[in-house]
Design a protein around this ligand. Sequence first.
Ligand code: GLN
Length: 488
Amino acid sequence: MTAATTSRSATELAAAIRAGDLRAQDVTEAFLQRIAAVDDRIGAFIEVWDESARREAEAVDRARERGADLGPLAGVPIALKDNYARRGFATTCASRILEGFRSPYTATVVERLEAAGAVLLGRTNMDEFAMGSSTEHSALQQTRNPFDPTRTPGGSSGGSAAAVAARMAPLALGSDTGGSVRQPAALCGVHGLKPTWGRVSRYGLVAFASSLDCVSPFAHHAEDLGLILSVIAGHDPRDATSLTAAVPDYVHAPEPNAQGLRVGVPEHLFDDALDPAVEQCVREALAQLQQLGAELVTIKLPHAGAAIAAYYVVANSEASSNLSRFDGARYGPRRSGERDLDTMYEDTRTAGFGDEVKLRILLGCFSLCSGYYDDYYLKATKVRTLIRRDFATAFEACDVVACPTSPIPAFTLGEKLEDPLQMYLCDALTVPQSLAGVAAVSVPCGATPDGLPVGLQLTGPPLGEPQVLRAASAFQQATPHHRQEPGL
Ligand code: GLN
């Protein structure tokens, strides 16, 4: 039963538990066994919450026996990236600066998952403070790609992506600021959805770049993204930036069907930087969508080429401000402090932050300095407006925009560590959507000759989740790619 259970979709597991065909405790046990069997080779989890997970599963089985109402995710195991607060549990953002920190409160999305009956499996590895594209900037451990353990799972939510890819969890939460869920989803052969900015409350998600951060789920199956989104989406008075728009039915959204769907293809983004095997898979996926009744139209995103430059100014500026709270006075361990307050800050931050985080804080402070502000930060926000307008214009001619998620497949561990710019270029096709705040999903669309997964990115307008999920489901139903499982 174990293998079959861990390969099933969250939607199927939830239905089977509700119908009494499966016990929540057996489902949780199957995933815990899978973690015990394979995670020493992958390194997806920083901490497995086996005891509390077993208790939560037992509570679901008891509730069912009593005939109580079961939530939409009752008994479904879910992994959380290590940047969500859960009262009484550790949250470290894979940083030494939060060693030993326990959250005094619970993130809104975690509360909603708990209330929906989900079983929380544990915390997954990530780039420190979500800064990176390979999970190698974690201060705690290395995560490997389940399809090839010599390669990265992508990042920064690499632990959550690898956990879902290796069938250690049917669903996981990551966070996507510039591509950190879509890119690892592509590199690990799973689905990853970045909802519209503000669609899901950020309360209790440790802030990296607040105007870009999005709570974002991973799943094997496109339908599972709608299931979890329906639980976590919606206004939250504790996040003033969360949208008040009504939450549509993402589960029984329009029939998955690409008939008449206008798919915009930004041909100019299929350039020399694109790996030929990635391009081939994405071209085949576009042809497939056409066979399913979609109409392909060529569109332009004229300012997308400036997105990386603008993103790294905006994101670093916000990060430099957000991360100033980690000073040794309030969170995590305090170092030194014998001489004076400034020395305490300096020693704590010098010892606690890794090099990439320090680099970003320095760059962010620089672009916010008076004298440089107009040349960097202000200019970057103007580019951001242009990119937002590019998408608005594109959506006059199409319903979704389709392009690769990542220009390259999973790369070798260590390959880009010495050259931050090479690492940043991994985000070339995901940061335009982040700056524009629109909805985007990465869908498995094939593999390179070496067997490395490739992702197709489908982007919709703000609050366009129903149409990107509909396109993703239609594509999934017509293709076998989401069924590729790593040979672990
Ligand atoms: N790779 C990008 C960065 O390093 C995106 C990170 C993210 O989305 N959290 O900033």
